[in-house]
Design a protein around this ligand. Structure first.
Ligand code: DGL
Length: 268
């Protein structure tokens, strides 16, 4: 079998990375995908850098054994503190730098050169987005805000709940006070809050949806490396979902994230 038919490996701390899978399915409908969600050890966004790096290495080893043709770090927390671990283990296999993709999209979108970044505490503490934005354009000012309550609120399905609205207003207050014109959604879960975030931020603020930017960068990379699946197979693409804990919660929440039914979920 040609390498082009091998799956794209997408991985995350849990269910959130399915927002990236959804964007990939829409953008690249011929690609086979294997998704790994570390549901037994989620959340990563409040864990230490050392722990996240160790877990990330284990996930990458698993995916490499599945013959993936590229790796896509859906989880921004892993990308922020462990992308070197992924790249080192992957060797020649392409790895999509999701922080770079988000940073570039934000730099392209910002006119006032004032960008806000919202993400998990570990991602914000790593300064990964701010550093990447500065390397693209040193004159841009970046205002970062950790939003630890967003992950549980989104998993609860409270996408337009008064509690979520109030939380959003509180989190965005300091960032909006800096007159940002672009806001990076630097976490797997935040695309689900887009309508609320847009409403609170106002329509003058451009939201950078990391799931969408990741999917278009993936398409670009596969084309460039002649690894895109031509879709000349009579069978539809294969989607595999692998998790580390009993998949009950993953399935119910996951279908909301993915926008379609999941089918079989494997536990390792
Ligand atoms: N997947 C994580 C991220 O994108 C959010 C969930 C977690 O904290 O594990 O940062």
């Amino acid at each position: 079998m040609h390498k082009r038919n091998n799956p794209i490996g997408v991985f995350d701390s849990g269910v959130g990375g399915l927002t990236v899978v959804r964007a990939l399915m829409e953008r690249l409908p011929h690609e086979n995908i294997i998704y790994f969600g570390d549901t037994a050890r989620v959340p990563y966004g409040v864990k230490s850098v050392e722990t996240i790096r160790q877990f990330t290495g284990e996930i990458v080893d698993f995916l490499l054994a599945q013959n993936v043709k590229m790796l896509n770090i859906a989880c921004k927390t892993m990308a922020a503190v462990a992308s070197d671990v992924v790249k080192e283990r992957a060797g020649h296999l392409p790895v999509l730098d999701v922080i770079e993709a988000g940073a570039k999209a934000a730099v392209d979108a910002s006119v006032s050169k004032t960008i806000g970044v919202i993400a998990t505490p570990t991602t914000i503490n790593s300064n990964a987005y701010a550093r990447r934005i500065a390397s693209l354009d040193a004159s841009i000012r970046v205002f970062s805000q950790p939003c630890p309550l967003f992950v549980p609120l989104v998993e609860e399905g409270w996408l337009d709940h008064p509690v979520t609205r109030l939380t959003t207003q509180e989190y965005l207050k300091p960032v909006l006070a800096e007159q940002v014109d672009t806001l990076v959604l630097g976490c797997t879960h935040y695309p689900l809050l887009k309508p609320l975030l847009q409403e609170v931020a106002g329509d003058k603020v451009t939201l950078v949806d990391s799931a969408v930017t990741t999917a278009s960068q993936t398409a670009h990379l596969l084309r460039e490396l002649a690894l895109a699946n031509p879709g000349d197979h009579p069978t539809p693409p294969v989607y595999r979902y692998v998790v580390t804990d009993v998949p009950l919660r993953f399935t119910t929440i996951g279908e909301r994230f993915l926008g379609r039914s999941l089918g079989r979920v494997e536990v390792v």
